[in-house]
Design a binder for this molecule. Structure first.
Ligand code: PLP
Length: 644
């Protein structure tokens, strides 16, 4: 039973938005303010009020939309990954160690990679790159020879030459052979530069992953070597007296693996390959289980999209146990375990905050017309309009579905008559309003039914508002648009009062796909989000959580909405927070430049035209100045809706 508005408390809000289920303790609602707070050390320790951060950013001149990165949450994620493996290693008496490699593709932003590298130092965590540009970013900064850099992806001659040169510089860098031709290039450049090569192999697993990225594994996967090719690599190296150069065995079972069973299959297979290569006399000493460790975006702990049926601890325990068992059965030395857990490391620490600009919807439409009044204006009132009045007036709990069906049909007929020109715009609008008022009443009466007919589920969507939000889904939540990924979304304030409106969210782009209409729900996703009614001149802020992985660089410039501002928030030793860095979002000039315009040329063209207009008398001198100043300011301005 939903509480009455008087009974409503922040506890009800926490339950409604399931913040404890997906937040992993990093986010909570402060009962005294009704605001969402971030708690980097989870249940205990200092908290950071998201509204305070938004207010402080506003004071510094940065409006929403803004991504807030909580550095201390990132630090905690890294420590949690380490701790989970440390516990598993000690529980299983594993004689080796564990290190994570952060795959920078998950979020390549310089500030994120810098922080991951900084926080990972004490655990000797390394980095993974998947392309030449990613390598260029990392090879200049990852100086610590004690921390591995692993190189995946297609490698051309220059990519491999760069790896060998970085090795000369003392970097601890291992290229992974993804296809056989790369081996020749590695040996060629190693010889040329007099370097003893180090390398790994990516195994094409027979076991397929599960979920959206299942094709990253399996024999049809894009990357990796078949078992016969693994042997070819070993024998080629052996013939050249370089068998010990093969140090690492790697696989990648796909991102966001939902079902632990799939990971177990992949691990067993990978461990068997490792053992075989060790027995053959190669130099293997690292076993890299790739990415795939999931994030429970929905908080339902199930093997379904945007969720997972295991915990970090179970994952770590499975990796350690399976490798330990395979190695001890074959009497092979235990490898250093590596994982390329990107999503699980960085998703939680970023929150996208955006404001709502306005609404549209059915809920405030009223039917004030009466049938007799209309008959005076329209002596031959079309039958569907009469039917809608009839359906509305005969609604009762007993005839609920029947009246709803009648209303649906009458409205469809009214629309059809409008298309054919037999119904005018006024009656067309009336048909909508009558239909919506019937839906509202049907929904109200249905709450008293024991079994609500399934088809009435659609009423929630029909009656929901559209909240127009100051963001671009394509830029800031691309996975929500491209692969229907769910992100938890909720208001970050007013949570001590009941959200009385149901809405879907639409973004600023002029694309009908630019919307969010699937939200974290109890078991199944919900088609609407509970939000508060908008108040005049009062900003209303929503946030999408767990957006730190993949969203920033996969985002695109649809409608030329650019990168949002990004603020880094950090706690000091006394528990006080501060904004340590703000990366300013794109200006209009920057996004225009990206698509080939020169802002200077644009300005000059406009300037010339204004000057001509002044000489022709179409514009005054001051108007010319106003327009040009305006244009210049807008080129330098934020691409999003700016509040003045
Ligand atoms: C080779 C490789 N390693 C690691 C990852 C990161 O995966 P995740 O973010 O699921 O941990 C990926 C991403 O798909 C990948 O392709």
């Amino acid at each position: 039973m939903r509480p009455t508005p008087e009974e409503w408390s922040t506890e009800h809000a926490a339950e409604l938005y399931r913040i404890d289920a997906w937040g992993e303790g990093y986010f909570a609602i402060d009962p005294s303010s009704g605001h969402v707070v971030a708690r980097p050390s989870r249940t205990t320790g200092p908290s950071i009020d998201l509204m305070d951060v938004v207010t402080e950013l506003g004071r510094q001149g940065f409006q929403t939309p803004v991504v807030i990165r909580f550095s201390n949450i990132l630090e905690d994620r890294i420590a949690s990954l380490h701790d989970a493996f440390a516990t598993a290693i000690s529980e299983h008496g594993y004689p080796g160690e564990y290190r994570a490699l952060y795959p920078i593709k998950v979020n390549q932003q310089r500030a994120v990679v810098d922080e991951v590298y900084r926080f990972g130092r004490r655990f000797r965590f390394g980095l993974e790159v998947g392309s030449k540009p990613e390598l260029l970013a990392v090879m200049a900064s990852a100086e610590d020879p004690d921390r591995l850099v692993v190189c995946n992806g297609f490698k051309d001659d220059r990519y491999i030459e760069a790896i060998i040169l970085a090795t000369k510089l003392g970097r601890s860098i291992i290229p992974i052979v993804e296809n056989f031709s790369e081996l020749g290039l590695i040996l060629k450049h190693a010889r040329a530069y007099g370097v003893k090569p180090r390398l790994g192999v990516r195994v094409k697993l027979a076991s397929q992953g599960a979920g959206r990225w299942r094709d990253s594994g399996g024999t049809r996967s894009k990357f990796g070597l078949f078992p016969s090719e693994l042997l070819d690599v070993h024998e080629t190296l052996e013939r050249q007296g370089l068998a010990d150069c093969l140090e690492l065995v790697h696989c990648h079972p796909g991102s966001q693996v939902q079902d632990i069973q799939r990971l177990k299959d992949a691990l067993n297979e990978l461990a068997s390959v490792y053992v075989e290569l060790a027995r053959l006399g190669s130099g293997v000493r690292y076993l890299d289980v790739g990415g795939g460790l999931g994030v429970d975006y929905r908080g339902v702990q199930a093997a379904v999209d945007s969720s997972m049926n295991y915990t970090l601890e179970e994952y770590a325990s499975d990796v350690v146990y399976r490798v330990a068992t395979a190695c001890s059965a074959a009497d092979v030395a235990a490898p250093t375990l590596l994982s390329e857990s990107g999503r699980a490391m960085v998703a939680h620490h970023s929150v996208l905050v955006f404001d709502v600009l306005g609404r549209s919807g059915t809920s405030r439409s009223r039917v004030t017309e009466t049938l007799p009044e209309l008959e005076e204006v329209y002596p031959e009132l079309p039958v569907p309009i009469r039917d809608l009045f009839e359906a509305r007036d005969s609604l009762s709990p007993e005839r609920l579905i029947e009246c709803y069906h009648d209303a649906q049909q009458a409205r469809e007929q009214a629309v059809q008559l409008f298309r054919l020109g037999y119904v005018d715009l006024r009656l067309r609008g009336l048909a909508d309003r009558l239909f919506w008022s019937i839906c509202t009443e049907v929904e109200r009466l249905a709450t008293n039914l024991e079994d609500v007919p399934e088809e009435l589920g659609e009423l929630e969507t029909i009656l929901s508002d559209i909240y127009f939000c100051n963001l671009s889904i394509f830029q800031s939540l691309p996975d929500s648009w491209a692969i229907d990924q769910l992100f938890p979304v909720m208001p970050i304030h007013r949570l001590d009062s009941e959200p009385t409106v149901k809405a879907v969210l639409a973004d600023l782009t002029c694309d009908s796909d630019g919307k969010v209409d699937s939200f974290v729900g109890d078991e199944n996703p919900s088609a609407v989000l509970d939000v508060h009614a908008l108040e005049v001149d009062e900003p209303y802020y929503l946030a999408a959580f767990l957006v730190g992985a993949y969203q920033e660089t996969l985002g695109d410039l649809h409608n030329l909405f650019g990168d949002t501002h990004v603020a880094h928030v950090e706690l000091d030793g006394d528990g006080a927070w501060s904004i340590s860095e703000v990366v300013e979002g794109d200006s209009a000039a920057e996004v225009l430049r990206y698509v080939g315009y020169s802002p200077d040329v644009l300005y000059e063209r406009l300037r010339r035209e204004c000057t001509e207009s002044v000489s022709e008398g179409a514009m005054s001198g001051p108007e010319r100045r106003t327009l040009l100043t305006f244009y210049r300011d807008e080129l330098a301005g934020y691409t999003y809706f700016e509040h003045r």
